[in-house]
Design a protein around this ligand. Structure first.
Ligand code: NZQ
Ligand code: ZN
Length: 390
């Protein structure tokens, strides 16, 4: 097991009506002026935005709003938000939504106290030292951004979708999580969210670090529960307890606990970020296509870990042949993904003629050569994996 620093200081308020604590949580941080970010309208329609505003008013916290943030959020909204937050004198960014809204709020939070271009941080030209406080009212369990120090933004000029990882500075100070808010999620978004959670665990599980038994056991148990609960949520979208299980799984999948003591990988996410940057697909659905293809490649090149996953998560009986067991596990994973309505090919994502040379070129331009730790990928390997998605 590797030495590690586990830092997960977010204060979670979990349960019915959690969003009503927004004002009190802002005040506890000394905030007086908040910019509220939200998405394309679901937060307005469900009434959660109104309740959050009322809570802020009651606590004496003034606010401005920035709505209309789209999935796979782009840099233009971040520049706009930085201007708004500066002119208003904001001392806190409050995200009401999912990963796209939270990541935009985080990027604004980091950009406000910085004299240069906020994108410097994403390009690795500067290290983010300070940011406004960030609070979250979560409406979709998926990206895990409510508990991560990361923010994923797409630069429209050049279509670069880049994840900035800050160990500490961008971690939300509080996350308000009411499972009832997720009843309105379309089935596709629920399923894509669950797929993203599984991928977050697998990015950590696919490692070469010895003696990580506790972390492995945690990861396998969490994936098993997500696999069990997701179809039941889709069958009963208003079931509070099932929604609650899924919501908390999304946080545990990405708050770092499943990565303790291991050297993480993240190659599947890098492969997917290129796809969603170019084709604008839902991130979790993109991962449903990437993850089985990535594992199929690994079944040949590095099979033991994929076989372990097959045995401990997908219920494959060990045969002594790791590659065969790995492939059986991948088939079961694909069956699960189909069952919850996820695509498993480019065509299923609506991409009939993917530009694989472009995706490969962009990935290595953004992430170097080779890419990844579990089994470092050359451009030839990357092309093979993208080809497996056809
Ligand atoms: O915009 P609205 O109208 O709110 O609709 C959203 C959006 O269309 C809808 N939605 C959210 N809550 C809803 C709802 N619809 C009905 N009822 C509700 N309660 O869901 C759609 C997707 O929202 P989005 O925020 O894009 O989803 P998600 O949380 O999956 O975030 C995806 C983004 O997060 C990034 C992804 O790359 C992608 O850009 N990620 C961020 C990470 C991080 N910061 O740590 C890690 C992840 O790996 C991921 O890369
Ligand atoms: Zn993800």
């Amino acid at each position: 097991m590797n030495d590690f620093l586990f830092y997960s200081p977010t204060e979670f308020h979990f349960g019915r009506g959690a969003e009503n604590a927004a004002g009190e949580c802002c005040r506890a941080l000394g905030a007086r002026r908040a910019v509220i970010c939200y998405g394309g309208g679901s937060a307005v329609r469900s009434g959660v935005l109104g309740r959050v505003e009322a809570s802020l008013r009651e606590a004496g916290v003034d606010y401005r709003e920035m709505g209309g943030i789209k999935p796979n959020p782009t840099d233009d909204r971040v520049y706009e938000g930085i201007e708004l937050a500066r002119s208003f004198g904001a001392d806190l960014m409050l995200a009401v939504g999912g990963g796209s809204v939270i990541d935009t709020a985080k990027a604004i939070a980091g950009g406000v106290p910085y004299d240069g271009d906020f994108w410097d941080f994403w390009e690795g030209k500067a290290v983010m030292q300070r940011a406004l406080n960030v609070g979250v009212v979560l409406t979709i369990p998926a990206a895990g951004s409510e508990a991560s120090g990361n923010s994923v933004i797409t630069r429209r000029d050049g279509l670069k979708k880049i994840s900035l990882k800050t160990p500490k500075v961008l971690r939300p100070k509080f996350a308000l999580m009411n499972p009832e808010l997720t009843f309105t999620l379309p089935a596709y978004q629920t399923a894509a969210g669950a797929t993203d959670m599984i991928a977050h665990i697998l990015e950590r599980y696919f490692n070469n670090t010895p003696a990580t038994l506790v972390t492995d056991a945690l990861s396998e148990a969490l994936i098993r529960e997500i696999v069990d609960v997701t179809p039941r949520v889709l069958d009963a979208p208003d079931n509070y307890d099932l929604r609650a299980c899924l919501m908390w799984s999304g946080t545990l999948a990405h708050n770092g606990i499943c990565g303790t003591g291991v050297t993480e990988d993240w190659t599947s996410h890098f492969l997917e970020h290129e796809i969603s940057a170019v084709y604008g697909v839902t991130h979790g659905a993109g991962l449903a296509v990437v993850s089985p293809a990535y594992q199929t490649f690994m079944a040949t090149h590095h099979p033991a870990r994929i076989a372990r996953l097959a045995h401990n998560v997908w219920g494959v009986t060990p045969t002594g042949d790791d590659k065969a067991d790995a492939l059986s596990g991948i088939e079961r994973m694909k069956a699960f993904l189909r069952r919850i309505g996820m695509p498993v090919t480019f065509a299923g994502l609506g991409i009939e003629h993917p530009d694989i040379p472009l995706l490969t070129r962009s990935l290595h331009a953004h992430k170097g050569n080779p890419v990844g730790n579990f089994f470092p990928l050359t451009p030839e390997d990357t092309t093979q994996i993208y080809t497996l998605m056809l």
